[in-house]
Design a protein around this ligand. Sequence first.
Ligand code: HEC
Length: 478
Amino acid sequence: MDYSEDVWLDFIGRLHPILVHAPLGLLVALVAFELWGMLRKSAAPNQGQRRFLAFVLFASAFAAAFAGWRLEEENGYTWEGFWNHKYVALTFLGLCGCAWIAALAAWRSAYGWALFLALCVGGAAGHLGGALTHGDDYLFEPFHPREASQPAGTPATSDPAPAKDVTSEVVAPPAPPPTWYAARIAPIFAAYCVGCHGPDKQKGDLALHTGALVLAGTEHGRVVEPGDAENSLLFELVSLPLDEDDHMPPPKKPQPSAAEVAELGRWIAAGASLDAPLPAGDVAPVREVEAPPSAGDAPTNDAPPAPAEQAQAAPALDPALLAPLLAEQVHAECLDPAADLWWLDYRPRAATDDAYVERTLAPLAPHVVELSLARTQVAGACLALVATLPHLERLDLAQTRCGAALDALRDHPVLRSLNLAGVALDAGAVDVLASLPALERVYLWNTGLGEQDLALLKERRPALRVDSGEVHTAAQDG
Ligand code: HEC
């Protein structure tokens, strides 16, 4: 089989941990030889042997350094611990070179000093290299046991060390209910991150194997800003496109799913708490659902809930209400666990019609912040119900026949974004759009509205962002 040059170079890089032993072992032998020779003249190596052995020492140190350089190329280490190892190791190589030159020139005492210094520096380089793969504290760890590597929320029973951080002081009850962190977040880190950011290695000086360490970040600062996913380095790096250099995990490694990335974002946005319970109404399979006592009182389709006033005190969304939707391919996703607000997307269920929306949406009304009916069969009758959703901020009606019923949405208090691409509209639509006080953005491609209508809308709502390109399709929704 043919392997590319890169494969071989990567292979050489991975020989580094083996190759480094050769110069160190040889050096110990050379020093021992010289010491022995000082005691017994007859045992001292002769000049020829010295030259030869010093050459082998330098050559083996060079080979180890070359392999180390390949390993660096492959892994792209950039943090401080690595530079320490690299420069100390290069100093070692330099000293081996000096020893060789001194042997060639027969400078006895320079040779002795070079060997002695190389022994000290080589030991340090070896230790720093070990720290890279085993963690900074590897050597001295037996003297001060590290915090046990278990997810927050489980009691640290066997850890005799005084607690280093706040969370490990919290003694959990014998059978604590799963926290959001322990049930969902820690498993993501464990699956995709802890290999490089864990007890054994802390690449980028970051460890993610306990909740406290996740929140602690690196010595340069936090990587999680509780409540602010957008400004959290961790979330930013994980969300970067795969081809960006800084993307985490590094591109060739197993990647978390979009849902897992979203879950991280949600957890951070909700405050990145280590003790918070799983968000109410969450339908993920990992947990047991406790049905709220009032489940039977959930509003039916005859009695759609009244808007705003009722919504403030809305009971947590009952997962049982979502189950039939999920079974029919409707997508449901909690966007704001704190407020228990959800995104419902009927698009995957193309056969969706007004009656189906009315039946399934009514019980969820207080919890819908984003709704997509794009490309479904709805014809507008359901907009009367949609108009009562108290928290609805984003609505996607692209490629539907809802145009004639748009009037139902008039004056909706919180609707911010509306996608009407491909919906046949008449001039009356401008009036409805202008009536929406919170509207920031509207998509109006292929709606049949003329330039005059658009100009009128612009005049009535100057700050409104209107997307009305003609060649686009509704796929670019907002
Ligand atoms: C294959 C090893 C590897 C894996 C797996 C990995 N990382 Fe990293 N990570 C690195 C390296 C190497 C750096 C340092 C990059 C640098 O300093 O330029 C880093 C740096 C980071 C940083 C920046 C730290 C700082 O302050 O500079 C964050 C945040 C991060 N990783 C998060 C993650 C998360 C979250 C995951 C899992 C989803 C993950 N990483 C998986 C190797 C990895």
